[in-house]
Write a protein that binds this ligand. Structure first.
Ligand code: UDP
Length: 320
C-alpha cells in the first residue's frame, strides 16, 4: 500500500509511520510542525519507502500518484496546546478533515480519522461505549477540540454515505510513550519530567478525576488492526485500566524513585471527571486489547524522558 499520514511528525503519527513502514508499505508523511517535531522522524531520513512533505493540511493537498490510504492524524492533541491554538485546532479538525477526505475520495483511498475520547466530553455514562453521544460544552475553552473532532466524525460519515468513501473512525483515549513532547502539558509527560527534575508534581484539582492510560505500542496495534479491518467504527481504542490522577502521581514517583512533592493547582475548565473506554467492540471485531500495564509502560517510557531531561540540563549548564 501507499499511504498518506498527516501529523506524521507528531507522537502518534510518527509511530504510525513506523508501523506502516515495518509492514512493508510506502508512507508519505505530512506535517507543518505546529506541535510535531522533525526529531520524531529523524530515524526515517534516507528510508527508501518514506517521504516527508511539509504542508498545512487545512490548505488544498496535492499528492502525485496513487494512494491506497489517507490517515488523518494531524491536530494539536494536548489540552494546553489546543487552548493556546484554538483556531488552528478548529481548522485542522474541520478544514483539514474536509481536505483529507477530498483527497481520499479523489484517489479512491481508504480513509482513517483519528478521533478522540473527547467526543464524550465530561461523560455521564461510565465507562464510555461508542453508542454514547457525549456531554460536551460547545462554547467552553475545551470545546474547540471536542467540537472539531465531533464535526470531523460527522464529515467522515457524510463522505462515506454520500460519496462511498471507505472510512474508519478510531476514538483514541489517553495514550503515552516515547516521542511525547516533554512540554506538551499532558499529565504523563508533565509528571515524568517533573519527577526526573525533582520538581513538584502538579496535580490539578484534588486529583480525584480519573483517566485510563494506554501505552503507545498497544494503541498503534489497535489502530493498525482497525485500518486493516472491515469495520467503519467508531471504535474505542484505549486501555480500560482506570486510576485517579493522584494515583498516577504516586505511581510515577515509585517508578522513577523520585522524592518530588505533590502540589495542587487549579482544575482546568470542563476537565472531565472520569474517563474509561468500554472496549468490548474492539475486543469483538478486532480481537484487540491492550497488553502493557501502566507500570511496565512507564518503565518503557522513562529512558526517553531521561535522555531529554539530561540533554536540556546539560544545555543549560553550558550557558552558565
Ligand atoms: N493533569 C494534572 N497535572 C498536570 C497535567 C494534567 O493533574 O500537570 C490532569 C488534568 O487536569 C486531567 C488529567 O490530568 O484531569 C489528564 O490530563 P491530560 O492533559 O493528560 O489529558 P486529558 O485527558 O485531560 O485530555
Amino acid at each position: 500500500m501507499r499511504v498518506l499520514i498527516t501529523g506524521a511528525a507528531g507522537f502518534l503519527g510518527s509511530h504510525l509511520c513506523d508501523r506502516f513502514l515495518a509492514e512493508g508499505h510506502e508512507v508519505i508523511g505530512m506535517d507543518n510542525f505546529l506541535t510535531g517535531t522533525p526529531d520524531n522522524l529523524a530515524h526515517l531520513v534516507g528510508s527508501p519507502r518514506f517521504r516527508f512533505v511539509s504542508h498545512n493540511v487545512t490548505d488544498f493537498i496535492y499528492v502525485e500518484g496513487p494512494l491506497d490510504g489517507v490517515l488523518h492524524f494531524a491536530s494539536p492533541a494536548s489540552p494546553v496546546d489546543y487552548l493556546e491554538m484554538p483556531i488552528q485546532t478548529l481548522k485542522v479538525g474541520s478544514l483539514g478533515t474536509h481536505k483529507t477526505l477530498g483527497l481520499a475520495k479523489a484517489k479512491r483511498a481508504r480513509y482513517m480519522l483519528a478521533s478522540t475520547s473527547e467526543v464524550y466530553g465530561d461523560p455521564e455514562v461510565h465507562p464510555q461505549p461508542e453508542t454514547y453521544w457525549g456531554h460536551v460544552n460547545p462554547i467552553g475553552p475545551r470545546g474547540v477540540y471536542d467540537e472539531a473532532k465531533r464535526f470531523a466524525e460527522a464529515m467522515t460519515m457524510a463522505y462515506h454515505r454520500t460519496h462511498g468513501v471507505d472510512v474508519r473512525i478510531v476514538r483514541i483515549f489517553n495514550t503515552y510513550g516515547p516521542r511525547m513532547r516533554p512540554s506538551d502539558g499532558r499529565v504523563v509527560s508533565n509528571f515524568l519530567v517533573q519527577a526526573l527534575r525533582g520538581e513538584p508534581l502538579t496535580v490539578y484539582g484534588d486529583g480525584s478525576q480519573t483517566r485510563s492510560f494506554c501505552y503507545v505500542d498497544d494503541e498503534i496495534e489497535g489502530i493498525y488492526r482497525l485500518f486493516q479491518s472491515g469495520e467503519i467504527g467508531p471504535v474505542n481504542i484505549g486501555n480500560p485500566d482506570e486510576l485517579t490522577v493522584l494515583e498516577l502521581a504516586q505511581k510515577v514517583l515509585s517508578v522513577t524513585g523520585s522524592r518530588s512533592p505533590i502540589e495542587h493547582r487549579p482544575l482546568p475548565t470542563d476537565d472531565p471527571r472520569v474517563r474509561r473506554p468500554d472496549i468490548s467492540l474492539a475486543r469483538r471485531v478486532l480481537g484487540w486489547e491492550p497488553k502493557i500495564a501502566l507500570d511496565e509502560g512507564l518503565r518503557r517510557t522513562l529512558p526517553y524522558f531521561q535522555a531529554l531531561v539530561e540533554k536540556q540540563d546539560s544545555a543549560v549548564a553550558r550557558t552558565l
